[in-house]
Design a protein around this ligand. Structure first.
Ligand SMILES: Cc1ncc(COP(=O)(O)O)c(C=O)c1O
Length: 493
């Protein structure tokens, strides 16, 4: 037999393994130092010309070596983050991550479990995490849950179950060819991923009934009732009500108890998007804000938002475990349950969602909860809500700023209005420029949205690193840039 030249990606000798380990130790030390010193750096800066150049071009055919790859990472990647590690990052809904979860990610990749549902300790860890989360969120014990990549997929999975449960046809067998026009109800403030999910589900955007909101951006429940009645009159098939536990724009929480009651009366599925505000249920002081969430038939909660985990991890819960399973389960012969051995588990995670091959995203959650304890996660919810209220108060105390929405959770929307003599269009343009300058300064990073048709700055405080003085910096800097722009406009008038 001729000897084949066989290769592997492992180091070739014990000495090479040791030097890889030494480099790994340096990586860990460097990243720990990077996290420890994050406050001393700019929140964000645009990737340099050199970085943009270095990060173009084809893949090397010949090895450059891990040391060189790491040096490139240090030079061209690490200095140009999105900024969400920083205590003064308040954009969109992004969390800091935790140092423990960072280390857990390395362990998870090292173990490289396949979490489709094989009999391994990783599966037990994921089951334990799901059980912990149900208890922490006050959900019924029999609820089924699955870790997914984030809120968009958690909402998608919940809505697939809703559609299949409520469609008058067997969607898995027949598809939607023979189905009537189904309708899903959600407030105008609902995250775009719900609309995207309905498109993916083949229900079409026309299946979404966007229900108006009240002055606090909460769904108008009477308008919802009217919309359902009108749809029935037109021959449509109402199937699902979506409630928001924290809207992306302003953090508004719909009256979830009222929505649960409507869904019950109308025999509709009740899905809650708790991607942002779901973890509020952890806090004894604030869980009443999301009361009714536990009545959902399906619930999406993000853990890479207000549970502080690094990307990606979210969770979907479905009250009727059998409905959940029967929506996704497939048992081809190559995955059939065996009496013993690696494939002996009855519950396959892959029967609860889209993915078959799934990674070990449970480990970072499990290690963080074990290392820090649940109590601190509860207190961080309270801390961020207190910081948001402080920010709201600071804004309201400044005559040159205008608060654009009530502060209900951790989101504060406001804008610079100066002496209030500018037109609405001028104010929109001015605040857009304030936003760009805030980002470019690297001092503090909010994001933006439009409320009441007006552009505004938006701070979402999901940071465990943020302190009260940090949110005060946002007010100071917004005023500084607003005033400078106002003065420049007056000088050129
Ligand atoms: C309320 C809400 N729902 C859903 C999502 C989508 O979640 P993800 O970005 O994790 O897919 C977001 C994201 O910000 C959100 O704020």
């Amino acid at each position: 037999m001729t000897k084949m030249l066989e290769e592997t990606l492992d180091p070739a000798s014990p000495a090479e393994w040791r030097s890889l380990g030494a480099l790994g130790s340096r990586m860990v030390e460097d990243m720990v130092e990077h996290l420890a010193s994050v406050r001393d750096r700019k929140v964000w800066q645009s990737p340099s010309g050199a970085a943009r150049l270095a990060l173009k071009g084809g893949a090397p055919e010949e090895p450059e070596g891990v040391a060189r790859a790491y040096e490139d990472f240090l030079q061209h990647v690490r200095p140009f983050p999105t900024g969400n590690l920083h205590p003064r990052f308040y954009g969109w809904v992004m969390a800091n991550g935790t140092p423990v979860a960072m280390l857990a990610e390395m362990l998870a990749a090292g173990m490289n479990f396949h979490l489709g549902g094989f009999d391994c300790a990783g599966a037990l860890v994921e089951e334990q995490v799901i059980a912990w989360l149900k208890e922490m969120l006050g959900l019924p014990k029999a609820t089924s849950g699955l870790l997914v990549s984030g809120g968009s997929i958690a909402n998608l999975v919940g809505l697939v179950v809703a559609r299949n449960a409520k469609a008058p046809v067997d969607v898995r067998e027949e598809g939607l060819v023979a189905a009537p026009r189904m309708r899903v109800y959600a407030s105008t403030e609902t995250h775009s991923c719900v609309r995207k999910a309905l498109e993916i589900l083949g229900l079409g955007r026309a299946s979404l009934c966007a229900v108006p909101v009240d002055g606090a951006f909460r769904v108008d429940v009477s308008a919802l009732r009217r919309a359902i009645a009108e749809d029935r009159r037109l021959g449509y098939l109402p199937i699902c009500v979506v409630g928001n536990a924290g809207t992306v724009n302003s953090g508004a929480v719909d009256d979830l108890d009222a929505l649960a009651a409507v869904a019950e009366e109308e025999k509709l599925w009740f899905h809650v998007d708790g991607a942002l505000g779901g973890p509020v249920a952890l806090s004894p002081a604030h869980r009443s804000l999301v009361a009714g969430m536990e009545r959902a038939d399906s619930l999406a909660v993000d853990l890479h938002k207000w549970m502080h985990m690094p990307y990606e991890v979210g969770c979907v819960f479905v009250r009727d475990a059998e409905q959940h399973r029967s929506t996704f389960a497939h048992s081809p012969e190559y995955l059939a349950q065996m009496p013993r051995g690696l494939a002996c588990r009855r519950e396959m995670f892959s029967d609860l969602g889209v993915q078959l091959s799934r990674g070990f995203r449970a480990l970072k959650v499990w290690m963080s909860i074990k290392a820090y304890g649940v109590g601190v996660f509860r207190r961080l919810i309270d801390q961020n809500i207190a910081q948001a209220r402080l920010l709201g108060d600071l804004v309201e105390a400044e005559p040159e700023l205008e608060l654009m929405a009530p502060v209900s959770l951790n989101v504060v929307c406001f804008r610079y209005v100066g002496d209030r003599r500018r037109t609405a269009e001028e104010l929109d343009a001015l605040n857009r420029e304030v936003l760009c300058r805030l980002h470019e300064s690297g001092v503090v990073v909010p994001s933006y949205t439009t409320l009441h048709g007006r552009y505004c700055l938006r701070a979402c405080i999901t940071s465990h690193r943020s302190r009260s003085e940090d949110v005060a910096v946002l007010v100071r800097e917004a005023l500084r840039h607003g005033r400078a722009l106002g003065a420049r406009a007056r000088a050129s008038a």
